[in-house]
Design a protein around this ligand. Sequence first.
Ligand SMILES: Nc1ncnc2c1ncn2[C@@H]1O[C@H](COP(=O)(O)OP(=O)(O)OP(=O)(O)O)[C@@H](O)[C@H]1O
Length: 318
Amino acid sequence: MDEILRAEGISRIFEDGGLLGPKRIVRAVDDVSFSVYKGEVFVLAGESGSGKSTLANLILNPAEADSGKVFFGGRAVDGASDLKKVRMSCQMVHQDPYDSVNPGMKVADIVAEPLEIHGEGDKSYRKKRVLEALSEVRLEPPAEIAAKHPHMLSGGQRQRVALARALALKPGIIIADEPVSMLDVSIRAEMLELMSGLRKSHGITFLYITHDLATARHFGDRIAVMYSGKIVEEGPVDTVLLRPAHPYTQALIDAISEPDPGNLHREKIIRINDPPNDLRGGCSFRSRCPYAIDRCAEEPELEDAGGGRRVACFARLE
Ligand SMILES: Nc1ncnc2c1ncn2[C@@H]1O[C@H](COP(=O)(O)OP(=O)(O)OP(=O)(O)O)[C@@H](O)[C@H]1O
């Protein structure tokens, strides 16, 4: 399989607090490496605060990383001209359809904006491409929708406008950061089906960021589970979500599912809402982990566990 995107050792540290309380170092993204292959849906999953959005932003702005490199199509992104190419071939769809769409602009201008920013085609090409992109996200009739303002559309339609805008430049990869979490449950599946269709018809690769394992399973091929700035488990979606090897993945699954009498690990419920203790060094999940052993005071590496899976844990569940 062709690799389209690779992150290698990406880290980003923030300093938090300081005015009234003590300064706190937040390792928002901590030495993260992963590859995304052409045509797949790669999911980044984890609780709020695990570092997913920071990582997505670093992919588009590698210069803001404290360390690490981003590769597109095997080439390291280095310098302004590389960055321009990346910004054309990698587009982002954000969580909030109300936020990501400028209410003062007409749909036609919103979708055309990336074409204008990158100087793509003349006026007539842009007009044609806007109508095409609106059709691609099934906003029909496109000419009628193009003339509207966002407030005249439903939440689902607005998120489709955001997707059409991302498609305008015919990108190879779309980073979709919680694209359905603000939508009504009834229209989430529609939006995911639409993205699945685009992947098949246009060969678009997706990096899908979510805290929602149900949509991850529905839409994803492979998943990386993040905890506290690190990938703790990665592999095919069905393998990771049906037979989790990392106790944190198990905890995330337990948080959304009914107790399963067949689940060997059911007595060891981990309350994922417990705040992590700031234990120094070692596995950052160990203070919450019922399986923790002495060795967890060392930092576990993300190691090959067979079957396309990588796990960072000394006390794996299988
Ligand atoms: N600009 C910033 N300054 C200080 N801390 C930050 C900044 N941006 C993010 N953080 C911290 O980095 C950590 C990771 O945040 P991030 O938003 O990437 O997580 P997330 O998994 O995307 O969560 P969510 O789903 O809530 O957006 C959090 O502890 C957050 O508070």
